[in-house]
Every structure is written in structure tokens, then in C-alpha cells.
Design a protein around this ligand. Sequence first.
Ligand SMILES: Cc1cc2nc3c(=O)[nH]c(=O)nc-3n(C[C@H](O)[C@H](O)[C@H](O)COP(=O)(O)OP(=O)(O)OC[C@H]3O[C@@H](n4cnc5c(N)ncnc54)[C@H](O)[C@@H]3O)c2cc1C
Length: 397
Amino acid sequence: MPDPVAVQDLPAHTDVLVIGGGAIGAAVAYHLRLADPGVAVTVVERDPTYELASTPRASGGVRRLFSLPENIALSQYSIDVFADFARLMAVDGEPAEIGWKRNGYLFIVPPESVGMLRENFETQEALGCHVVWLDPDGVKDRFPSMYTGDLGGAVLSPDDGWLDPHAVLMGLRAKAVSLGARFVADEVVALDRQGAAVTGAHLASGRVVTFDQVVVAAGAWADQVCAMVDVATPITALRRFEHFFVPQDPIEPLPYLKDTQRLAFRPEGRGYSGGVPTLAEPRGVNFAIDHRYFEDVVWPALAHRFPQFERTKCLSTLPGLYDQNDLDGNVIIGPVADLGNFHLLAGFSGHGLMHAPGCGRAMAELLLTGGYRTIDLSRFGWQRVADGTPLPERGII
Ligand SMILES: Cc1cc2nc3c(=O)[nH]c(=O)nc-3n(C[C@H](O)[C@H](O)[C@H](O)COP(=O)(O)OP(=O)(O)OC[C@H]3O[C@@H](n4cnc5c(N)ncnc54)[C@H](O)[C@@H]3O)c2cc1C
């Protein structure tokens, strides 16, 4: 089996250069080589340990509960991939286990948001998702510990769940390497631009690589890479904490739970993993830990919903970065501005891990055929950024 973090030599020229080797860059490399074993793919990743990358710091939630058909379709495809990941990403017969837990997702909303939830539910049903509408009594029947007095409704998506993000990254990367993608440990520090094309990358080591196409899969650092060709994006680094906490008393088995105040958590071992991401957070790369955040924001929300959390203990707080698209909270995919061969695949705003397989395939289609063949992601392209016309999710994000 190839070393999942195998580091290879840099060629002088590559067909496609991928900047950033997290879940997104690895998924692009995998799909490119799967679709066309003749295409030369080089991924430049500055930190093969992924210490600060967002992927290993993700919560691992994977759901179909979106309002935009594109996001629902990306989830449907990606969840099928995750369910069969061990086999699909096996290398030399070694299965790629990712701890996939199909324990469901539950969105709960107050009475004033029931209309929005119902509309989204109908869209999800129309697109073939297995979703279950629950009134507050129905929620109480299934989850007797939950306080439901302030709820108006809920939607359960029983086939959704969560997985181990680091294992997903290692699986995608190892499979991409086994298919012939080349991962190089270095940092892109400058890009050459000639008119409407970007032609070469300068690396921190002093080496230079030229390419036909380039994909920016640099996550929360995507804006910094785009700035190398004088393009400003609405993508910012947004710090978010993932907490691990244990309640005083046991709770019945729970799905991944989310509400309109952005409380989001799921079972993990003998406790729970989750938090309350906030858009009020100042933007920028910041890995400092605010130990009061759990006590001031997360704990009251948990204790309100479940009495078992009244004396919960937070055992760890891990900071990580969203690649937040401040225009509308959705990914930006495809060529940027007037640069025909400079493609962006970032701005996932908290959904990147679950959409990595679908977006990796979409980007491969775009690069190899000039258009989308399976899921049409045209509305997620740069044009909406240029026009200043957001395409946001409705409801819980
Ligand atoms: C706390 C938290 C919880 C989350 N929970 C979920 C969840 O439940 N479900 C979900 O779907 N998503 C979740 N996310 C979001 C998810 O983690 C991201 O959307 C996803 O991991 C993005 O993958 P990526 O490959 O684009 O970014 P990354 O994993 O950050 O990879 C980008 C890589 O680019 C490299 N890089 C940057 N600049 C350069 C350069 N100049 N040269 C070379 N390399 C460079 C970096 O080293 C990095 O490894 C969560 C995120 C956080 C922080």
C-alpha cells in the first residue's frame, strides 16, 4: 500500500496543478486520475501532517438537509461514496475505513421557522431524499430527554450521519496516489500571470512548475492564493471551535442535531462532539482557544435542550477554520474572473468535507470536458461573485 502521505518529486510541467492537498484537493486529484489516467496531476501541499488544515478538525457531519438542489445533489452523491468508501478507496486490497455512522441528522426549529423547514423538506422529498417530518410530539416520542416545548417542528434524515474526517482525507489521498497523482510537500508562494492565463507556480523551495490548468483548493487560505494573481474573493478564514463534552447522565441515542441558533452536535464515544459556530467571529487565521466560549455560549444551549447537560464537562476545545464565503455561504467552483485556467474550489463555509467527493468529481468534469456532466454546479460559479448576487441556503446552515 502506498504511504498515504507519500511525498514525490516535482515535475517541471504538469497538466493540472492543485494547490492544497486537504480533502478537496485530494478529491480533485482522485477524480481526475480516475476519469483519465493519462492526465498528469500534481498536488502541492505545504504541510503533509495537516496540522492546521480544516479537514482533520471537522466534526464529520454528512447530511442531505439543504435547501438548494445543488447542495442536496452533492450530498446524495457524496453520501453514497462515503457508505462504500472502504471498498472504493481500497488500495492493494486494504479497505479504507472511515468509521461511517449512519445514525441520522435532525434539524429542529421554533414555530416561526416551520414554513422554511417545510419548504426545504418538500424540496428534499422531491429530490428523492428519505426525510421524515416530525411535530414536537413526534420529536418527544423519539427523543424523550429533549426539551421540545419551544419547538414548532423537525426533520429527521435517517440515512445521514458522520464519519472520521482524517480517515477520509487519508483514504482519498492514498487512492489518488495509487492512481498516479503526485503529492509534493512544498508551498506555492507566487504565481505567474500572462494576460488571461496563469502559467506557473513558484514554490517556497525555490522550484518552479508550469501547468495547463490550476485548481485552488487551499481552503481557508484560498483568498491568499487568489491574491497572488490580484484577484479578491469573498472567502475568509473563520475560526470555529469543536468541543468534546460529557453529560452528567446518559441520554438516549441521538442523531446529529442542529438548530436555527447553530447549535450542532453528535454522539462521540462516551460523550458528544460539537459546538455553536458564529458568523460574529472576527475574520482571519486564528487558532487561539477561548475557553469561556463553551461556558458562555455552548453550554447554555445544550442545557436548555437536554437536562442531562446541566452539569456537563467540556474535556477539550479544538479550534479550526471555515473557508467562509461571506457572499452567500456556498462554494465557489470554476474559473475565476477573466482567468480561464485558474479554477477555485473553496468557500464551503462548513460543508466541505461532506461535499468533497461530489465537488472533486465536478471539478474533474470541468477540467477534462469543459462542462458539468453529472451535477450542474453552474450557479456556484464565479459569475455570482462578479455580479454581487448571492445564492444562499435557506434556513439552517
Ligand atoms: C470545527 C470545524 C467543523 C467542521 N465540521 C464539518 C462537518 O461536520 N461537515 C463538513 O462537511 N465540513 C465541516 N467543516 C468544514 C470542512 O472541514 C472544510 O470545508 C473542508 O475540510 C475543506 O477542505 P479543504 O481541503 O478545502 O481545506 P483544508 O483541509 O484546510 O486543506 C487545504 C490545504 O491547503 C494547504 N495550503 C494552503 N495554502 C497553501 C499554499 N500556498 N501552498 C500549498 N498548500 C497550501 C493547507 O496546508 C491545507 O492542508 C468543519 C470545519 C471546522 C473548522
